[in-house]
Design a protein around this ligand. Structure first.
Ligand code: NAD
Length: 494
């Protein structure tokens, strides 16, 4: 079927079915029992499960691709790369690194506390809840699950009901693993509310900030720690010293991927006034090069997830002059890759995260103006800067705050598992990917082991003046090397 034919609405052809609300407590309890029985702690269990999730992603690729096409009209290339391939590479990285991540981590012991050894011992948190959104429904449900399993936890995963076909396949994959430590809850607000009412050991939520507040309030009830992977308006700054050809292609690619429904998509562009028109021309050319004269017929362009989001986005087209795109077809939930110019700084498109294929481009009076604009708004999840001058890109990185940033690129900073992925301030709290995910789902227990060979009476009563003098000196020497320096200095004195 080509994308020019009407798309079927998201259906329950994959068997999406909400979990009865009164069954949810029992599912959490089953995960709890498995954790309490010690099932999830051995590395062998973790590695086996990671391997089986990987095998499911490979074996059920065709089904996953079809589900993603039904839910979001996702092109195969994008669906495989972002939802399946990314998941597989995260699993491979975890499997290769797990033994080293899980080892106790030695830290230095101050001279005052010698003889002794200090270390951080990673231990699983217990039962963790993963609540996922609809835009990368497979990746954003399974990657946190993978990190939580790697860290030895039991997991209850709640895929997004707004991507029902993908949610059904995810549930089937998890059920197919047949492990009591992994449970699935399906459904929307009612089911998630019930899930949030359960006592768990960590809640990992990805989605919008409004629900993020609901999650945090529910977590407060049991003092449950949370990771909130939220969104916001991620800016792009383009200076007069940018390579405009490359900038245009990378901005257009990052923005219109998944029809703009990406949490780290460029939300708006702040471009130096002197190169504004040139950048818009080159972005227009990039849109045509990537999606053809009529992007509606392109097999490489996704659709808007549902009618409500489609109508929300359609209204934003009035926020400026349509320089590229602007075509909307409600029947297909198609919104063309759209670039708006002449956008006022307080236009509706600048008020909230766009989360769709509409890109406002605003002219600025230099770098200071752009930085001041970014800093006058919420700290974003991602920030992008394009310039060939290191002094400019360094200044932007230093003078702004964002969850992550990419210089002369978009999106790519989240695919390196060595870098944490997460927000700051209103764009989120906590992070994951690679070892960062393992640590998020672990408690790093502080352990200090003391030798019994020596038992100096320093700390024991009766407290004498001499003990106090020694103690005061000792506390000022947290590093054993300082003690060596002190002794050397004393010895070298005539
Ligand atoms: P969504 O509507 O799928 O909601 C996310 C989850 O919250 C779903 O599982 C849903 O069932 C649940 N939920 C919705 N309303 C609820 C309520 N009242 N109480 C309890 N649970 C509720 O997804 P969304 O929020 O529309 O996702 C889009 C947002 O997520 C954007 O802001 C985007 O930037 C952000 N996002 C962030 C990341 C990230 O990794 N930081 C990734 C993707 C999306």
């Amino acid at each position: 079927m080509t994308t020019t034919e009407p798309r079927p609405p998201a259906t329950d052809a994959f068997g999406f079915e909400a979990t009865p609300v009164d069954a949810i407590a029992g599912l959490v309890e089953a995960a709890r029992d498995a954790f309490d029985a010690g099932r999830t702690r051995p590395l062998a269990w973790r590695l086996d499960l990671l391997g089986r999730v990987r095998a499911a992603l490979v074996d059920r690729e065709a089904e996953l691709l079809e589900a993603l096409r039904q839910d979001l009209g996702k092109p195969t290339f994008e669906a495989w790369t972002a939802d399946i391939g990314f998941g597989i590479s995260e699993i491979d990285h975890a499997v290769a690194s797990l033994r080293s991540w899980a080892k106790p981590r030695r830290v230095r012991t101050p001279v005052t506390f010698q003889p002794g050894v200090s270390k951080l011992v990673p231990e699983p948190l217990g039962v963790v809840t993963v609540i996922a959104p609809w835009n990368y429904p497979v990746q954003l449900a399974l990657q946190p699950l993978v990190a939580a399993v790697a860290a030895g936890n039991a997991v209850v995963v709640k895929p997004s009901e707004l991507a029902p076909a993908s949610a059904a396949v995810i549930a089937d994959i998890v059920h197919g693993l047949g492990d009591p430590a992994l449970q699935v809850v399906q459904g929307g607000v009612a089911e998630t509310t019930e899930l949030l009412a359960q006592r768990v050991d960590h809640i990992f939520y990805t989605g919008n900030g409004r629900v993020g507040r609901v999650v945090m309030a529910a977590a407060a009830e049991h003092l449950t720690p949370v990771t909130l992977e939220l969104g916001g308006k991620s800016p792009v700054i383009v200076t007069a010293a940018a390579n405009l050809d490359v900038a245009a292609r990378r901005i257009v690619w990052g923005k219109f991927l998944n029809a703009g429904q990406t949490c780290i998509a460029p939300d708006y562009v702040l471009v130096d006034r002197s190169v504004h028109d040139l950048l818009v021309d080159r972005m227009r050319a990039a849109v045509t090069e990537f999606y053809g004269e009529d992007p509606k017929g392109s097999p490489d362009y996704a659709r808007i997830v549902n009618e409500a989001h489609f109508h929300r986005l359609e209204k934003l087209l009035d926020s400026g002059t349509v320089a590229v795109g602007g075509v909307a077809d409600a029947d297909e939930r198609y919104l063309a890759p759209t670039i708006l110019t002449d956008v006022e700084r307080d236009a509706p498109a600048m008020a909230e995260e766009i989360f769709g294929p509409v890109l406002p481009v605003l002219a600025t009076d230099g770098l200071d103006d752009a930085v001041a604009f970014v800093n006058a708004h919420d700290k974003p999840l991602a920030l992008y800067v394009f310039s060939e001058q290191d002094a400019e890109t360094d200044a932007v990185i230093e003078r702004t705050s964002s969850g992550g940033a990419c210089v002369n690129g978009t999106i790519f900073h989240v695919s390196n598992p060595e870098l944490p992925f997460g927000g700051v301030g209103p764009s989120g709290m906590g992070s994951y990917h690679g070892k960062w995910g393992f640590d998020t789902f672990s408690h790093l227990k502080a352990v200090h082991e003391r030798s019994t060979r020596l038992d100096p009476p320093m700390m024991y009563p009766p407290f004498t003046d001499q003990k106090e003098r020694l103690l005061r000196k000792g506390f000022l020497l947290p590093d054993p090397r300082d003690a060596v320096k002190l002794v050397r200095a004393k010895l070298s004195r005539p």
